[in-house]
Design a protein around this ligand. Structure first.
Ligand code: SF4
Length: 356
């Protein structure tokens, strides 16, 4: 079996290729930053490079299509990896600061998704397959190669439930954050979950340095079940216990995401139930407009949003941020990714995209 270079940490390359750790770091840096092995390297003989070429492969995603939003510059990439089914990644522009222009890459962790959230187009596809770590790493490499500014953050909020592909997602996040790899700060790597409680506990026990955002969307069990079938397997009441434990270990506020749906989860009662459910846990809440191309679910009106924010201020007393969900016009916004050429009809989770 060849060694897949975008799929390994530098430490693993050192062991698998029988080269020194320093050489492994150089190889790793070249592959992750440029997508290729160096032609020459001061500290690597031609012979060693040749041995690595023979023992290793550099797998590559194929970019099938690219769509740039004329409205806000969000860019959607349609990609193909190890399987026939395409999947998508989104480049989020953060170009407003003259002295710190950068991009965030929103990557997919699975093709399709088994979670079936009612407001998400990816969920309607069903689960097709898990992506390998290299297929996630290469989404970032491909976006970087197509960009004039650096990619400084990664959000696992594209297609799929990242915590159901735990090992590969964590491997990809490690490769992207290694100083000799993607060199993206672990704090700027966000993993979003619909609430897979056992995996959240594992993430906490392993002291993973990455940011974890949990999509709650309703604190009412019946309402949440209707919107997010994950409630049946991992009820919010157990989920918040895992989050309470997480707060005890990290001593940090717990980020929650709330996909706002007019008339469904943006009333005063919803704010009260959220406050009740999370009592004693310092949380912070990201509000995201629902993006439902079918029109069944619509975001709150400005008046409804303002009243909901007032209710949250009164009952929850925690930081609340409204996240911009860009790329709506090219079906690149949260909940809209569906991995199709004609995805003008379509949709990813949280809209977070402006977060890190
Ligand atoms: S919101 Fe996320 S977890 Fe839910 S169906 Fe969509 S991709 Fe899956």
């Amino acid at each position: 079996m060849p060694v897949f270079l975008k799929n390994q940490t530098a430490e693993e390359l050192h062991r698998l290729l029988g080269i020194t750790l320093r050489q492994a770091r150089m190889i790793h840096a070249a592959v992750i930053r440029t997508g290729n092995l160096p032609e020459t390297q001061d500290e690597l003989s031609i012979q060693t490079l040749e041995t690595i070429r023979n023992a290793a492969e550099i797998p590559n995603l194929t970019v099938l299509d690219k769509t740039v939003s004329p409205q806000d510059g969000f860019t959607k990439y349609l990609l193909r990896g190890d399987g026939p089914e395409p999947f998508e990644a989104v480049r989020i522009p953060l170009l407003h600061r003259e002295d710190d222009q950068k991009y965030i890459a929103c990557v997919s962790s699975q093709v399709g998704c088994a979670m079936g959230c009612a407001f998400c187009y990816t969920g309607k596809m069903g689960f097709i397959r898990n992506l390998s770590a290299w297929e996630m790493v290469d989404q970032v490499i491909k976006i970087q190669a197509d960009s004039t500014h650096p990619v400084r953050g990664v959000v696992f909020m594209g297609m799929g439930e990242p915590l159901l592909n735990y090992d590969e997602v964590i491997r990809a996040a490690r490769i992207l954050s290694e100083p000799c790899g993607g060199a993206i700060s672990a704090k700027a790597i966000t993993i979003s979950t619909s609430g897979i409680t056992p995996a959240i506990r594992r993430f906490t026990a392993e002291k993973q340095p990455f940011r974890l955002v949990v999509s709650l969307t309703s604190a009412d069990p019946m309402k949440r079940l209707e919107l997010m079938p994950v409630e049946r397997l991992h009820p919010a009441i157990e989920l918040v216990e895992a989050l309470r434990e997480r707060h005890v270990v990290t001593r940090k506020r717990i980020p929650l995401a709330w996909t706002m749906i007019s008339g469904i989860n943006t009333g005063e009662e919803d704010a009260k139930q959220l406050a009740e459910l999370t009592r004693g846990i310092p949380v912070m809440l990201d509000l995201i407009d629902v993006n439902d191309p079918s029109g069944k679910y619509v975001p709150p009106s400005p008046e409804e949003l303002s009243a909901f924010r007032d209710a949250l201020r009164l009952h929850l007393a925690a930081p609340v941020v409204r996240r911009y969900s860009g790329g709506k016009d090219i079906a690149a916004a949260c909940g809209m990714l569906a991995g199709r050429m004609d995805s003008a009809l379509i949709c990813s989770p949280a809209d977070e995209l402006s977060r890190p």
